[in-house]
Design a protein around this ligand. Structure first.
Ligand SMILES: Cc1ncc(COP(=O)(O)O)c(C=O)c1O
Length: 354
């Protein structure tokens, strides 16, 4: 059937404030089941890990369910799902761990390890990750794929991508602020990350530091369940429903993207950046004579949330020659955006650039 955007939107309390939330590439809103799962976990009583009493067992179950949910979303093995506060923290820790074995004389390509993004968070460009990881593997290098921007916009299959490590952030796909890295547990087994002596030494637990936010993990699981239900007709296992629903989300976003791109391209004073055919529904543009912040402020007055700046996409913004002039305006579509969001953005930009 595809995605019924009215039904999807109804699940998101925040959308009732009347703003067009086109800021999803920097973080999505939470649907009610995710909010309820987080508060429900707290209400049920939680304990720290590995205790003899039920509240502790509830926390341990939440962790296991969260690993399974993230594995279902990405097509990985729950035993290789490392959870943490965000993608950046997990990536820095793993980079330090991987680099422990590197010796003087080891070649740095980006160090024997090929790091690549699955989608640019400003231009939306989706590189051919599978081709890149295949070349890396043929050369004996590992691959680390940044799936933070890609994951919310379509089905993910870490095996098909050939990713040795795949990083994602739940707050980009309707979950709370939690990051995850998915890897083959056998690959993690020989890696020794710094840890406290009494902390678990098993994989993936030894990659996770300190006491985790258990209730947020319950929210991650609820977010994956929510994504699996985006297409109400999706059937089968959660993994199968995720593939169907994320395909429906992709189709929905791409249809809106076509309208958005055509509308912006028709405005003389608008410069659009990025023209990849295979891209997420993310647009990056400037309006002649206006700083990106001034344009974003005008859009905010019209109740349209967009980002301005380089959005940490430092290299591409530099390559475009706009890093030092405030970057550009970024509008990103996710599954809960609808045609009225796009129309409102276009009308507001037309006031500046018509
Ligand atoms: C493509 C991409 N990679 C990585 C990150 C960093 O993710 P986190 O905020 O979870 O550290 C972001 C955040 O916006 C992103 O868009």
């Amino acid at each position: 059937m595809g995605l019924d955007v009215s039904a999807v939107r109804a699940a998101y309390p925040a959308l009732a404030d009347g703003y067009a939330y086109l800021d999803g590439a920097a973080g999505t809103q939470l649907p009610a089941p995710v909010i309820d799962a987080i508060s429900g976990a707290h209400r049920s009583g939680l304990g720290n890990s590995d205790g003899a009493f039920p509240a502790s067992a509830r926390s341990d179950a939440i962790v296991a369910e969260c690993r399974q949910a993230v594995a279902d979303l990405a097509g990985g093995n729950p035993a290789g799902v490392i959870l943490g506060p965000n993608m950046t923290t997990l990536t820095y820790r793993l980079a330090a761990t991987l680099a422990k074995d590197w010796r003087p004389g080891d070649e740095v390509i980006v160090s024997r390890l090929v790091a690549v993004t699955a989608a640019s968070n400003i231009l939306g460009t989706r590189p051919d990750v599978a081709a890149i990881t295949a070349k890396a593997r043929a050369a004996g290098a590992l691959s680390y794929v940044d799936g933070v921007h890609a994951t919310p916009h379509g089905p993910t299959d870490v095996a098909a991508l050939g990713a040795d490590f795949y990083a994602t952030s739940a707050y980009k796909w309707s979950g709370p602020h939690i990051g995850a890295v998915i890897a083959d547990p056998a690959l993690l087994e020989p890696l020794r990350q710094d840890k406290l002596n009494p902390a678990p030494d098993t994989v993936p637990d030894r990659f996770e530091w300190g006491t985790p936010p258990f209730a947020d993990f319950a929210g991650v699981t609820a977010a994956v369940d929510h994504l699996a239900g985006l297409d109400a007709t999706a059937a089968g296992t959660r993994r199968q429903r995720l593939l169907t629903s994320m395909s429906a989300a992709h189709e929905h976003e791409q249809a809106l993207l076509r309208v958005l791109l055509a509308g912006l391209a028709a405005m003389d004073k608008v410069t659009l950046y990025g023209n990849a055919r295979n891209r997420t529904a993310t647009v990056y543009f400037n309006v002649a004579g206006l700083t990106p912040r001034a344009a974003a402020e005008h859009l905010a007055e019209r109740k349209v949330n967009v980002w301005d700046g380089d959005n940490y996409a430092w290299e591409p913004a530099g390559a475009l020659g706009i890093r030092d002039t405030g970057g550009a305006v970024r509008a990103g579509l996710v599954h809960y955006n609808d045609r009225s969001d796009v129309d409102r953005l276009l009308a507001a930009v037309a006031e500046l650039a018509g």
